[in-house]
Design a protein around this ligand. Structure first.
Ligand code: DC
Length: 219
């Protein structure tokens, strides 16, 4: 069973996905962390974000994997703190636009879930990575609410975060391949005026119904 969740930065996807996965004993796959790990490895080697040859080099010489639900670079788990710096926010957003990067990461995502019950979240999970997921959710919230959440999480200035989120949204929504969008069979949840618990409860109810339905049809 796959629960696929997409949404823009700051919509609450990661928090919700990890809580739902824990509650149901599902594997939690955070696709953004693959983009972040790729970007971290690329910039750590002093490579540029605007050079196709250097990006190709990074695709050829990095090995990304999952160890106990954490992303690993060349066999070593990377800390969340290292994946969530401002530099990596920007580099992962810029590199995620490149189709070859996306194709490689999609392959890794599909390999990591084989035979598992999974909650996977990102930008193109419902549309490209797992288009046959049994349950698809599109989480959204107003841009200012998302900026406030991010700023509170990181202790940053709301206006600066708002501007940075707008850049990331633009890249996410206008990619040639794997752009962020709500697919027809995804259930949209606007979280602007909802608490994390309210969103969590809604999704748990949907997943329980989905699991019951699949049990009944397999009888
Ligand atoms: O979800 P996040 O903010 O941690 O993701 C980091 C970057 O990776 C973000 O700028 C968008 C990109 N991303 C993507 O393009 N496709 C995904 N499925 C997940 C993330």
């Amino acid at each position: 069973m796959i629960l696929a969740i997409d949404g823009p930065a700051g919509s609450g996807k990661s928090t919700i996905a990890s809580r739902v996965a824990e509650n149901f004993g599902f594997f939690n796959l955070n696709s953004g962390e693959f983009y972040r790990a790729f970007a971290l490895s690329h910039i750590s080697k002093g490579r540029r974000l605007d050079c196709d040859d250097e990006i190709r080099m990074s695709l050829n010489d990095v090995h990304l994997s999952i160890i106990d639900e954490n992303v690993a670079i060349d066999g070593k788990v990377v800390s969340k703190a290292a994946l969530h710096t401002k530099e990596v926010d920007n580099a992962s957003s810029v590199l995620s636009v490149i189709t070859d990067v996306r194709l490689r990461i999609n392959e890794l995502l599909r390999q990591s879930v084989e035979g598992k019950n999974v909650v996977c979240e990102g930008r193109d999970i419902t549309s490209v990575v797992f288009p046959n997921a049994e349950l698809k959710i599109f989480l959204d919230a107003s841009p200012i609410e998302r900026a406030k959440r991010r700023a509170t999480e990181r202790g940053d200035d709301v206006n600066a975060v708002y501007t940075e989120l707008q850049d990331r949204d633009n890249r996410d929504r206008n990619k040639e391949f794997g752009a962020l969008k709500k697919v027809e069979d995804a259930i949209a949840i606007d979280t602007t005026h909802l608490t994390i618990n309210e969103v969590y409860n809604k999704i748990c109810t949907m997943l329980t119904e989905c699991l019951d339905k699949s049990k009944n049809t397999s009888k």
